[in-house]
Write a protein of this length. Structure first.
Length: 309
């Protein structure tokens, strides 16, 4: 691939975790374990939902989308991170780096969109139960999933094009474990203000708008649940929503920390920031199937039956 009127490197060098190069070999073992659990858990979730007809409901369709996105997020980064930690395979060619950056950021936005649709699903199930099945039909679910995917791709394509149009005339060493947007932009020559502004604006608008929608949904849900006369119904509603709220906190908290410290967190140790960024793409995909599996009786029963067999 050639990029006229500017120079692009043939490859970059990924450091891994700056300051922890000696410990990376041992860090790879818990990373590999978490990656294995994440892949196994999400694949199991997809298979159980696919096999069991009683789980062919809107909430579980959205959960399937979340599991698929998590598989892409972890698989686009962890094999390369493990090869860096274990085999010092630090080099990554320019096209692969750009592709990895595209998958990380676009699928992160897709996951945020799916979390919004899941909050909307809980709002309808608890606040509008009589209209639930008529609103969330099969075509509507497909459109919501497609909208989340299109939004993620549409936002990241311009950012990717801007990165490929930059000139890289200095060092080609990325002080990160994977090709994060700002880590790559920092290596470019010349004016990168447009890249910085676009990245910050896109992230702030996406996270801000999605978080507001999720918050509004759960405020309405909370108001409805408090008004329920049955204590058992209140507990069941809180239990259902608790899983989703846990997943939301797991996704947004480390993600926002990683994003903003990359730009303004100069006082935060580099190894802490990079370690948090690595865990951001590993811990939520690992815990999401466990959280939903533990709190969803049909899924838990299926897993137990498989283990017994």
């Amino acid at each position: 691939m050639s990029y006229p009127n500017h120079s692009s490197p043939s490859s970059f060098i990924l450091i891994g975790i700056p300051g922890l190069e000696v410990a990376q070999f041992w860090l790879a073992f818990p990373f590999c374990t978490m990656y294995f659990v994440a892949v196994l858990g999400n694949i199991t979730l997809l298979l159980v939902i696919r096999i069991d007809p009683s789980l062919h409901l809107p909430m579980f369709y959205f959960l399937s989308m979340l599991a698929g996105i998590d598989l892409v997020l972890t698989t686009s980064t962890m094999p390369k991170i493990l090869s860096i930690f274990w085999f010092q395979s630090n080099e990554i060619d320019f096209e692969s780096c750009v592709a990895q950056m595209f998958f990380i950021h676009s699928f992160s936005i897709m996951e945020s969109g799916i979390l919004v649709t899941m909050a909307f699903d809980r709002y309808l199930a608890i606040c509008k139960p009589l209209h639930y099945s008529t609103i969330l039909t099969g075509p509507t679910i497909a459109k919501l999933g497609l909208a989340a995917a299109v939004r993620g791709i549409a936002i990241i394509i311009p950012m990717t094009c801007m990165v490929t149009s930059l000139s890289y005339c200095g060092t080609h060493i990325i002080h990160h474990s994977y090709c994060e947007h700002m880590s790559v932009v920092k290596l470019a020559c010349g004016d990168t203000r447009l890249d910085n502004i676009y990245g910050i604006t896109a992230a702030t608008i996406v996270v801000g708008s999605d978080f507001i929608l999720i918050t509004v949904s759960y405020v309405l849900v909370l108001r409805e649940v408090i008004g329920l006369s049955s204590r058992e119904a209140r507990l069941k509603s809180f239990n259902t929503c608790g899983s989703h709220i846990s997943v939301i906190l797991l996704f947004y908290t480390p993600g926002l920390f990683s994003f903003y410290t990359q730009r303004w967190g100069q006082r935060i140790p580099a190894h802490l920031h990079i370690l948090m960024a690595d865990l951001y793409l590993l811990v939520p995909p690992m815990l999401n199937p466990l959280i939903y599996g533990m709190r969803t009786k049909p899924i838990w029963e299926w897993v137990l039956s498989l283990l017994c067999q």
